[in-house]
Design a protein around this ligand. Structure first.
Ligand code: ADP
Ligand code: MG
Length: 400
């Protein structure tokens, strides 16, 4: 089977004394000019340390925020230097530009094992349009290209894809490899039983994921507001719950097609309004009052979803079971997270994808108890939909 070449496949001579251009995802939240959360830096650190230890001269590229193809000081990567130095455990040098002569010169001054961070790639016109001139200019910053920015891999930008046209070898970093191994492994050769749990606010953003997963899973468990659109399709009262009327027909069709493999919650936690968790009560799914809305799956569903997770060998989770941001509506999400942590302990493979689901797992202090928590919200969804990711397709392949 073909796979992408990774930094572990690089020979010593391909790295030592070479400028290794690494696209990372340092798109971190800033508060008062400081990095508020170093998770993404920590996720890229193993790749940077590995390359530095091999004697590579590491040149880091990243985007931060959404500047409009021009310099916007509030999106400068400068505040990341201090955090990156601390988290990576190596001094990170700073260059205030990205592709000009000064930047190229800075890469040439690097010694073996040193690390340099360049300025925000999205300051550059041509980054998001994948301009070939820019891609070629970026290629002049290195002798080898490494893409470790899984979170940006679904974007065909100059620094995530175009640059690889001009710079070989082009290989995956350790984080990228881990993401592809876990997400790809679940889709290609899961240990069975393989169940997927899908939730979140809207069915519309996840239809392609449901369609792609249905033929692969032994069971698909639905939670979140998404369940309400299915309830509507069953002809049930959904009160003021978040329902997508234009998706009801599709929900019906998915249910008919999936048969017993699709599980919907049997009960719901309902309340008169989202700011009244104190008024919450559990009802059967066919007893949702017209004057209330479903904000979480009910206790029976929590128990049955936990049992399904306990019996599975591969569990893939995307989308919270309820409005987990509000205490009182977080039981379903917490139950799934804890059941998955237990499953990991007994040897099951557990994977969490999606920005809010990852945040929920983090909030529950269970991120380290999962086999893998994806660092890419949009990218992980597109991958699970079976779409090719530009930032992966551009990399070298190995194998027959
Ligand atoms: P992810 O980022 O993990 O893919 P989504 O973005 O699809 O997840 O959905 C997360 C959001 O769904 C959360 O903000 C959560 O409050 C909301 N949500 C979950 N269940 C409900 C519900 N029953 N009613 C309203 N919103 C819900
Ligand atoms: Mg989200």
């Amino acid at each position: 089977m073909k796979r992408r070449r990774t930094i572990q496949d690089l020979r010593d001579a391909e790295v030592r004394a070479k400028r290794v251009l690494v696209r990372v995802d340092f798109n971190v939240p800033l508060a008062d000019g400081r990095v508020a959360d170093v998770t993404r830096i920590a996720a890229a650190a193993p790749t940077i340390r590995h390359l530095a230890a091999m004697g590579g001269r590491v040149v880091l590229l990243s985007h931060l925020g959404r500047p409009k193809a021009k310099v916007e000081p509030k999106y400068s990567l400068a505040p990341v230097v201090e955090a990156a130095t601390r988290v990576i455990g190596l001094p990170v040098q700073w260059c205030g530009t990205t592709v000009d002569a000064a930047a190229v010169e800075a890469t040439r001054r690097l010694k073996d094992g040193e690390v340099l961070l360049l300025e925000n790639t999205r300051f550059l016109p041509g980054e998001e349009t994948n301009d070939d001139g820019l891609a070629s200019a970026l290629a002049a910053l290195g002798d080898v290209y490494v893409n470790d920015a899984f979170g940006a891999a679904h974007r065909a930008h100059a620094s995530t894809a175009g640059v690889a046209k001009h710079l070989r070898p082009a290989v995956a970093g350790l984080l990228m490899q881990k993401e592809l191994d876990y997400l790809g492994g679940a889709l290609d050769k899961p240990k069975r039983p393989f169940i997927a749990i899908l939730g979140g606010s809207k069915i519309s953003g996840k239809i392609d994921v449901i369609e792609a997963l249905l033929p692969k899973v032994d069971g698909l468990l639905i939670g979140g507001a998404m369940a309400c659109t299915f309830f509507k399709a069953m002809g049930l009262e959904t009160g003021n719950s978040l329902v997508e009327p234009e998706r009801v027909a599709l929900a019906k069709e998915l249910m008919d097609r999936a048969g017993f493999r699709l599980t919907l919650p049997h009960d719901a936690l309902v309340a008169p309004a989202i700011d009244q968790p104190g008024q919450a009560r559990a009802v059967k799914r066919d007893a949702i009052p017209a004057t209330a809305a479903m904000y979480d799956i009910g206790p029976e569903s929590c128990a049955s979803y936990a049992r399904a997770i306990a019996a599975a060998q591969t569990v893939l989770w995307n989308g919270p079971m309820g409005v987990f941001e509000t205490p009182g509506f977080d039981a379903g999400t917490g139950t799934v997270a804890r059941a998955m942590a237990e499953a990991t302990k007994r040897g099951a493979t557990t994977i969490v994808g999606g920005g809010d689901s990852a945040a929920a797992v983090e909030q529950a202090g269970l991120a380290a108890s999962m086999s893998h928590v994806s660092t890419g919200g949009g990218a992980s969804l597109e991958f699970l939909e079976g779409k090719a990711l530009s930032g992966v397709e551009c990399l070298d392949q190995v194998g027959a």
